[in-house]
Ligand binder design. Structure first.
Ligand code: FAD
Ligand code: UDP
Length: 391
């Protein structure tokens, strides 16, 4: 027996859940039920207007960027874009230098002669325009480049990474610091992708448009466990076996009551402040890489282009270990061999439910950007609908 009203069940209304729901509803003409435990859609990309009238990102700064044409064109059906190009500076003992560390940063950090010598060696060794991870740069045997590697490591990566992860750059997944390479150019964009921008009316409006389809029903304030159970290889919805596709985008350990122990995550505390000035800082994001207990300060007006003189809201991010206490959100999976192996055990349990699909940053225990999740949601939808998509 199958549940009579719905063809598909989606847990979570972030990118993974909302894109899949839309695809199954629209392309597949299926009735989709979305269960979301929060009181809003959008997952961690959710934004809202605060008491000061500023559009803020409730769960940390989200800047959309992608090299994936399909994802860009797909999301562009649901939003227009404000053409924001993300540029970040690090506050290094009061000097603001571009991050990723680039040739401009080099000349801010060293004397003209030393900077010129290092620049020459850098270009000779790696080539103009190269992107070199800090861990790769630290393997250099050249004394001038070693001075540079040590400077960047100490002043850009070490303290920030300790604050963010509670571990040094050598201890965390190398792919994490490689997200922010040393750039052998004066290019000062944070992301190298051809398509970047902010949804013109905000992320929540984008999600509202995605989920606005007659075949989609969204139930907010609804943790999956209120309506869905897993029992002996069968998914139950409201106590009745459900045989349609079930797309689960929450944490994999929680789906199985953390029976093998909790998957480790970092959580964040966000502190918002409103100031009576036009702008608080010169960029959307300033990273604090040598001091302060927070990692970065974000000022939303820079990112959204919102015109509101005399007031601005900023946000400081404090990172700490996730404990699973109520009210805490798991934001960053701590990726290493042991944690991946633990995740693998949960994945194996999930494989015992043939119609259950784990999708998204939490469910897949990976460090995915928004575009990667949208791409994965489109690919899973293709597979579920039995359609190939040519790229
Ligand atoms: P989520 O957005 O986490 O959505 C999952 C949803 O499922 C949530 O709404 C949750 O409440 C719900 N849920 C979970 N469990 C249950 C349950 N049991 N029952 C019901 N509902 C449940 N990416 C970028 O591309 N650019 C950025 O600038 C960027 N900045 C970021 C900054 C921060 C601080 C963080 C933490 C992430 C950032 N990301 C950024 C990554 C981005 O947030 C993710 O790629 C994206 O949110 C993943 O979407 P998702 O649907 O997988 O997960
Ligand atoms: N990082 C750093 N200093 C910086 C920026 C980044 O040490 O100024 C490191 C840090 O370990 C961080 C990782 O690079 O977690 C990835 O940075 P990114 O900005 O991509 O992180 P996110 O925006 O996803 O939190």
């Amino acid at each position: 027996m199958s549940h009579t009203t719905y063809d598909c069940l989606v847990i979570g209304a972030g990118y993974a859940g909302a894109v899949t729901a839309r695809e199954l509803a629209e392309r597949g003409n299926q009735q989709v039920l979305v269960l979301e435990q929060r009181d809003h859609i959008g997952g961690n990309a959710y934004d809202r207007t605060d008491e000061a009238g500023i559009l803020i990102h409730q769960y940390g700064p989200h800047i959309f960027h992608t090299s994936d044409r399909r994802v860009w064109e797909y999301l562009s059906r649901f939003t227009a874009w404000y053409p924001y190009h993300h540029r970040v500076v690090a506050n290094v003992h009061g000097t603001l230098m571009p991050v990723p560390f680039n040739l401009t940063s080099l000349h801010l950090a060293f004397s003209p002669e030393q900077a010129a010598r290092i620049e020459h060696k850098l270009l000779e060794t790696y080539g103009a325009g190269a992107r070199v991870s800090i861990l790769a740069l630290r393997e250099t045997t050249d004394p001038d480049l070693a001075v540079l590697a040590d400077y960047v490591y100490q002043n850009v990566f070490l303290h920030y990474t300790m604050k963010q992860w509670g571990q040094s750059p050598e201890e965390i997944d190398p792919a994490t610091t490689a997200r922010v390479p040393v750039l052998l150019s004066r290019e000062d964009g944070y992301f190298g992708d051809p398509w970047q921008g902010m949804p013109r009316e905000g992320y929540t409006a984008l999600f509202r448009a995605l989920l606005d389809h007659p075949n989609i029903t969204v139930a907010l304030h609804t943790p999956a466990a209120d309506r869905m159970q897993l029992r002996d290889g069968a998914v139950l919805l409201d106590g009745v076996p459900f045989s349609g596709p079930v797309i689960y985008t929450g944490a994999a350990d929680e789906l199985f009551s953390c029976r093998f122990g909790r998957l480790p995550y970092r959580t964040l505390d966000f502190r918002f402040e409103t100031h009576d000035v036009d702008f608080y800082q010169t960029r959307g994001t300033v990273n604090y890489t040598v001091d302060q207990p927070f990692t970065r300060i974000t000022e939303f007006k820079h990112m959204t282009g919102q015109a509101l003189p005399g007031r601005t809201t900023i946000m400081k991010e404090y990172s700490r270990a996730y404990t699973g206490a109520s009210g805490e959100t798991p934001y960053y999976a701590i990726i290493n061999d042991a944690d991946n192996a633990l995740y693998g055990r949960y994945r194996e349990l999930a494989a015992g439910y043939p119609n259950l699909h784990l999708l998204g940053r939490l469910a897949e225990y990976k460090y995915y950007n928004m575009d990667a999740i949208a791409a994965r949601a489109l690919t899973l939808s293709d597979a579920l609908l039995g359609e190939e998509h040519s790229v």
